[in-house]
Write a protein that binds this ligand. Structure first.
Ligand code: UDP
Ligand code: MG
Length: 308
């Protein structure tokens, strides 16, 4: 397989309005770098005219490749499909919606040439809803804590350049669902951030609903940490200590003959509280079991329909 200097991988899910402009700006930037390049669009089951636009672009430029997935698998599987096919010495990951300005690739690449394996864009004045910014902060905190590794500011932004070494390592991972950004931190390659502009989404809407974001966050926590499982043991231990203390107190009161018969409310609260905690941790165990089940089935992470 013939190598190129830079591959650009773009996951696309219903982005018909931006693709032409994205392509033009990508091409201009990549040409200005003076390196040979390829652009890989991964169509993640779009049901608008995205694929048609990509085909048109592909027909006019041999540096463009299109990978069409059979259905919508998600941004990360789409990126992984692109990584499996990228031939670049360096691989750029960029969103299709133009929130990451393609021109900023030059600055990421400049930093990359200093010898880092991962160079990510830190979104300057991030143009997203404020609840998303808070959500991201919370996710960063959680990941730092769960991974036990420093997760640099805005490392989870999708805009980045990674080296061939990182791509090869990512390509050996067969997990069913994983967050590519956190995985890079976990793998431990050298990394650096560069401030990049972040534009508002001019067309369409974010492909992430609140529900999907919460689901992905939980999935990420379960995927990168066994803390939730251990929390069950810790909580159980704490409850046992409390039970011994309260039980002894009750026993002493009973022996001293000062037991107050009512107590209906406290029994009721105690039972519902315990039931709640037990169900919660059954759920946590269920999350892990469902992942084991998912891994065990070993279904493909994504399925390719056609490649052009
Ligand atoms: N995307 C995708 N599959 C999905 C969801 C998103 O390929 O199921 C792509 C999307 O087309 C875009 C990128 O992932 O290129 C980031 O998505 P989006 O802009 O909606 O995310 P946000 O910027 O709101 O985090
Ligand atoms: Mg976006």
């Amino acid at each position: 397989m013939q190598q190129v200097a830079i591959s650009v991988v773009v996951p696309v899910f219903n982005e018909e309005e931006t693709l032409e402009e994205l392509y033009r700006r990508l091409r201009a930037t990549l040409q200005s770098l003076g390196k040979d390049y390829e652009i890989i669009f991964v169509d993640d089951g779009s049901n608008d005219a995205s694929l048609k636009v990509m085909k048109r672009i592909r027909a006019a430029d041999t540096a463009v490749r299109v990978v069409k997935l059979t259905r919508n698998f998600g941004q990360h599987p789409a990126i992984v499909a692109g990584l499996h096919r990228a031939r670049g010495e360096a691989v750029v990951l960029i969103d299709a919606d133009l929130q990451n300005p393609p021109e900023e690739i030059s600055r990421l690449y400049e930093k990359y040439l200093e010898g880092y394996d991962v160079v990510y864009g830190i979104r300057e004045g991030r143009s997203d809803a404020s609840w998303r910014l808070w959500g991201s902060k919370l996710v960063m905190r959680l990941s730092k804590w769960l991974l036990g590794l420093p997760v640099p500011e805005d490392m989870i932004s999708g805009f980045r350049i990674i080296s061939r070494k990182v791509v090869n390592t990512l390509n050996t991972i067969h997990e069913q669902q994983y967050d590519t950004s956190l995985m890079m931190v976990y793998l431990g390659f050298s990394h650096a951030g560069v401030q990049v502009k972040h534009d508002v989404r001019r067309y369409g809407q974010s492909k992430y609903s609140t529900f999907k974001l919460i689901y992905l966050t939980l999935d990420m926590l379960v995927g990168f940490s066994d803390f939730p499982l251990r929390a069950a043991s810790y909580t159980g231990a704490a409850m046992a200590v409390i039970a011994i203390a309260v039980g002894s107190y009750m026993a002493v009161r009973r022996l001293l003959g000062i037991i107050d018969v009512p107590g209906y409310a406290s029994i009721f609260v105690g039972i519902t509280f315990l039931a709640g905690i037990q169900l919660l941790f059954l759920g946590v165990i269920g999350e892990y079991i469902s992942r084991i089940y998912r891994e065990m089935k070993g279904r493909p992470y994504y399925v390719v329909d056609e490649e052009f």
